[in-house]
Design a protein around this ligand. Structure first.
Ligand code: TYD
Length: 207
């Protein structure tokens, strides 16, 4: 790896765990250190990926179709945005990545783990995020946050609490299997407290 390669930081959690605020915090922190940062998201992040996002978030489809489209959008995102940025020394902060597929399609919907693993290997076998935040919150609390926001819910947000409980469980299992990369943050704490913890983790592990 060239020395001046950028770093790749991802943000995960069940719907309503409140990752958006913290993505902005991390991007600001990095920019304040003089780093060039691209903030992006999945599914999405490219013109094609955003079209796939529309379908993924609003159309009912077979579980394997959903999984393949998530990885198709990801392949495009890696090729057009993430890999070129990292190679130029730009840092990439991304709202969700493959851990979300593991948790939602795997944990939530029951996709065979071997199928997930082979797609992950195919699409980005050589690359994992340098650092991942998992914002953890019980589904009941996360659901209340979404209801309070009062906006229209997408396909995943409309799933029942037991779906989100399985997603959460899968995220925690994934975190336990990659403890150096995935940092679990209790998202039930005060915003200021979470911000402090997130900043400390970035400074300790990335800068
Ligand atoms: P999200 O990132 O939460 O966006 P917003 O904050 O605008 O609602 O929405 C993306 C949804 O897509 C989320 O419910 C999780 C789901 N998702 C998967 O099911 N699998 C994946 O691989 C990814 C990246 C997302």
């Amino acid at each position: 790896m060239p020395e001046n390669r950028g770093k790749f930081i991802t943000f995960e959690g069940i719907d309503g765990a409140g990752k958006s605020t913290h993505i902005a915090t991390v991007a600001d922190l990095l920019r304040a250190r003089g780093l060039v940062v691209v903030a992006t998201r999945e599914p999405g992040g490219t013109p094609l990926g955003e079209k796939l996002r529309e379908l993924l978030l609003h159309e009912a489809m077979h579980l394997e179709t959903e999984t393949l489209l998530m990885f198709a959008a990801r392949r495009e995102h890696l090729a057009r945005v993430i890999e070129p940025a990292l190679a130029r020394g730009v840092w990439v902060v991304c709202d969700r990545f493959s851990d979300a597929t593991y948790a939602y399609q795997g944990g939530g919907r029951g996709l065979d783990k071997a199928k997930f693993a082979s797609l992950e290997q195919w699409v980005h076998g050589h690359l994992q995020p340098d650092l991942t935040f998992l914002f953890d919150l019980p589904p009941e609390a996360a659901g209340q946050r979404i209801v309070r926001q009062g906006r229209e819910m997408d396909k995943f947000e409309r799933e029942h609490a037991d779906f989100h409980a399985r997603v959460r469980q899968a995220y925690l299992e994934r975190a336990a299997s990659a403890p150096r990369r995935i940092h679990v943050v209790n998202a039930g704490q005060r915003l200021e407290e979470i911000k402090k913890i997130v900043e400390e983790i970035v400074v300790t592990y990335c800068l």
